[in-house]
Design a protein around this ligand. Structure first.
Ligand code: ZN
Length: 408
């Protein structure tokens, strides 16, 4: 096991030069006043603050994790921040995405985040990329930054960020959150540590791990994990302390406990192992078993229907049994009970298939269409023929049919 204590100058500039030999930018009078609590700490001091000013950090996602990351890294004086996001601010974001405000609902997240971060610290440069990170743009966007921070919550992007960071030799500060649980680590094979693929060689089957949009997340949790990620990034830049390289930090907010797992580099890792076979970025949708949207659209006609179609079929007097496969607490927010919908949560589905009549016309529905697609497969295997999936779930119903329905 290599020594994971941070050697001085571990982090290199995007240009490949060591910080120790780089001519660091000077601080002006305003900056000296602003950063005075850092400057009087021996671990930061003038050198450390100038390293922060010289550093570039790319934040992938300006949501739950990206919010505290952006706020604290901007305040700390990281000289160059990059923000990647394609989303717009939605009301349901505000419970945790604290970089955005109520007045920002409907605005692109990168614009809202940039305004807030520039207000916190006008001395830093902020570049924005209003795009999804993809295999064909990732290397180009990442190459100009010293540290990459992954604040996304899907497996395709997580593997993409990991692979692109390893290929470019950059540290990837990882964090993930779900309900009351969070984890964080620093993947940096160039410094002797493992990568995300060493920890998780294969993605979980699609739909196996619910996203925060499906399973929920305590609003405070991304604050805790995001601030841990920001701390690690700052330590990497100033070259102080013991980084989370080779360690996975696990946090349980209900028990209020931190645990730590030792992570070992996998010598067989196709990316950072002894005989790497992955030398370029791949198709991450394919790798994670996600069907590209185009194909789904082509196949929708026979197995899916839109909320508008369902509404018109019901209005035309067609007898349709609607089965809602969400959880009871989701049902309590909104449901199609007035159209005769029945709740059978996906977890109970295998044992309750017997309650369904194969002769009836069945439409399966969940929040966004993912879980009901799994229920569709179960019914198909059980021999049901007359079944369809509600495309986009109850959220699409709220958009297309009933705007008065609360969304979550
Ligand atoms: Zn690896």
């Amino acid at each position: 096991m290599p020594d994971m204590t941070m050697p001085a100058g571990l982090l290199q500039h995007a240009g490949g030069e060591d910080y120790a030999v780089t001519e660091l930018p000077e601080l002006n009078k305003d900056e000296i006043a602003r950063y005075s609590r850092h400057l009087i700490m021996p671990e930061v001091g003038m050198d450390g603050q100038r390293k922060l000013k010289a550093a570039g950090i790319l934040l992938i996602g300006t949501g739950g994790l990206g919010s505290p990351l952006g706020l604290y890294l901007a305040a700390a004086g990281v000289g160059h921040l990059g923000l990647v996001d394609f989303d717009v601010v939605d009301e349901s974001n505000l419970q945790r995405q604290i970089v955005h405000g109520t007045k920002d609902v409907g605005r692109p997240k990168i614009e809202s985040a940039k305004d807030r971060l520039s207000d916190i610290n006008p001395h830093i440069q902020i570049d924005t990329y209003e795009t999804a990170l993809r295999a064909d743009n990732a290397l180009d966007i990442l190459k100009d930054y010293d540290i990459i921070i992954d604040g996304t919550d899907n497996f395709q992007t997580r593997y993409l960020v990991n692979d692109a960071s390893v290929l470019l030799g950059k540290p990837n500060v990882y964090g993930s959150i779900f309900r009351f649980d969070g984890q964080a680590s620093v993947f940096y094979p160039k410094a002797g540590g493992p990568c995300y693929r060493c920890l998780y060689p294969e993605p979980p089957p699609p739909g196996m791990v619910p996203s925060c949009a499906e399973g929920g997340v305590l609003g405070i949790l991304p604050g805790i994990i995001g601030v841990i990620q920001a701390t690690e990034a700052i330590k990497l830049i100033i070259g102080q302390g013991d980084p989370l390289i080779g360690r996975l930090l696990l946090f349980d907010a209900l028990k209020m406990k931190f645990r730590e797992l030792k992570l070992r580099k996998n010598p067989e890792c196709p990316l950072c192992g002894e005989n790497p076979t992955l030398n370029e970025l791949i198709d991450y949708d394919l790798f994670c078993g996600i069907t590209p949207p185009a194909e789904v659209t082509e196949q929708t006609s026979d197995w899916e229907l839109t909320p508008a179609q369902l509404f018109s079929e019901i209005n035309n007097g067609r007898q349709i049994t609607i089965i809602d496969v969400r959880e009871i607490h989701e049902w309590q927010i909104c449901n199609l009970e007035s159209y005769g919908s029945t709740l059978i949560p996906l977890g109970q589905f295998p044992s309750r298939i017997g309650e369904l009549n194969p002769d009836e016309e069945i439409v399966l529905q969940c929040k966004m269409g993912g879980r009901s697609a799994k229920a569709y497969d179960m019914l198909k295997q059980a021999g049901f023929k007359n079944i369809r999936n509600l495309k986009g779930g109850i959220l699409a119903w709220a958009d297309q049919v009933d705007p008065s329905m609360p969304k979550y």
